[in-house]
Structures are given as structure tokens and as C-alpha cells.
Design a protein around this ligand. Structure first.
Ligand code: CA
Length: 229
């Protein structure tokens, strides 16, 4: 059984996430402060840790640094909405991913699944250099995109955005998440940069080929979805 540790001092939030994870079939334990979290990671094997940054005593970044001294367990950081510095420091400190509070539980579950999949030895997510969706293929090594066999030149940002959506197939990514991952924490242009780039991609990849690739999820963001989803 897959075991997840939640390190979060907001007990109500921890309990809510615990129930959702249990409902999905995960085994869950909780720690309400960083020191307890570190002890629990040392004491028993977990498959993944959800780690809040704002903790009393030892903060999440410090907890992460200590966990990383002995373990490469997947860690998803829970960060406050505007704490962009936390995200960068967190990823630098060895976090595998982060999610911004308040988050939709579906997004958290999707990220957990993606991370667990990636950590499986020899998993497809690791092995695949070429990702295919309908008549589009994206070669991450050559950084080339083909639609119906035709090479379509993309700018770096366009390619990165397409790659992000392909890697997170069937997951709706919010504009904020996309902005963070593609433009980075110091970008001040606002979330409509994302809409603009999706328009560029549609103009290059959908319109000339009469295909549909990107789904707009009103009020949330964008996804590349399999037909039956
Ligand atoms: Ca907290």
C-alpha cells in the first residue's frame, strides 16, 4: 500500500487531505510540526511526503533539507499563495513539486499520482523522449514538434508550455501554475501571458491542421485531454 505523510500544522486542513487520500486508497499518517515529521520519515518508510512550508518551530524548508540528508523520498511542498521565494528555495532544497494554497484537491491528487508514477523504476514517464497526442508528437530531446508529419517551429516559451501540458496530460493546470513553471517567479506580466501563448500555440498547431489539442477550462486554466475524459 502506498504510504503518504502529511506534515501540516493546520489540523483541519491536514484532516481534510487525509480523508481525501484515504478515499483514494492511500495509507496516511500526519505530523503537526516539522520535528515530528522528520522523526516519522526516519522511523518508517513512506512513498511520498506533503510538506507545509509555514510550520511552527522548524519551517518546511529546513525540514526538507534535513529529510534530504538521508532520503530521496518524493516531496510536494504546500506553499502560501504569494510566497514565490518559498517555491524557489523549496525546489532548490530538493522538493519534487509544490502546490499553492488554497488548492483544489483534484490537482493535489493528480500531482501525487504523477510523482509516484515518475518514481517507479523504468516508468514510461521517465523513459519517453517522444510524447504523442493524436497527430501531434513532441520530441523532448530534439525539441521538435510535428503535426501530421510536418515540423512546426515553436519559440522556446511555446515549446516549454506545450511540453508542460503534455507531461501533465489530463490535468487541468491553472494559469498561476503555468506562469510559475514556464515564466518563473520573477515574471510580472500577469496571467494573461498564458492566454496569449495558448493562442499562439493554437494558431500554429490547431488552425493550420484542423485539429483540437488544447482544452480551455473556464475559470481554471488549460489542459490537453484524452477524448474520453
Ligand atoms: Ca502552516
Amino acid at each position: 500500500m502506498t504510504k503518504i505523510l502529511i506534515v501540516e500544522d493546520e489540523e483541519k486542513l491536514a484532516r481534510f487531505v487525509e480523508l481525501e487520500l484515504q478515499y483514494e486508497g492511500y495509507e496516511v499518517e500526519k505530523a503537526y510540526d516539522g520535528r515530528a515529521g522528520i522523526d516519522m520519515v526516519k522511523a518508517s518508510p513512506f512513498d511520498l511526503v506533503l510538506l507545509d512550508i509555514m510550520l511552527p518551530g522548524l519551517n518546511g524548508i529546513e525540514v526538507l533539507r534535513r529529510i534530504r540528508q538521508t532520503s530521496d523520498i518524493p516531496v510536494i511542498l504546500l506553499t502560501a499563495r504569494d510566497a514565490v521565494v518559498d517555491k524557489v528555495t523549496g525546489l532548490d532544497s530538493g522538493a519534487d513539486d509544490y502546490i499553492t494554497k488554497p488548492f483544489a484537491i483534484e490537482e493535489l491528487l493528480a500531482r501525487i499520482r504523477a510523482l509516484l508514477r515518475k518514481k517507479e523504476p523504468g516508468s514510461q514517464a521517465q523513459a519517453k523522449d517522444v510524447m504523442v497526442y493524436k497527430e501531434l508528437s513532441l520530441d523532448t530531446k530534439k525539441r521538435e514538434v510535428h503535426v501530421k508529419g510536418t515540423v512546426v517551429p515553436l519559440t522556446k516559451k511555446e515549446f516549454d508550455l506545450l511540453e508542460l501540458l503534455m507531461e501533465n496530460r489530463n490535468i487541468v493546470l491553472s494559469r498561476e501554475t503555468i506562469l510559475d513553471k514556464i515564466w518563473g517567479y520573477d515574471f510580472s506580466g500577469g496571467t494573461n501571458a498564458v492566454d496569449v501563448y495558448i493562442r499562439y500555440l493554437r494558431a500554429k498547431l490547431e488552425e493550420p491542421f484542423g485539429t483540437k489539442i488544447f482544452s480551455t477550462v473556464r475559470g481554471v486554466g488549460y489542459a490537453i485531454k484524452d477524448e474520453d475524459q
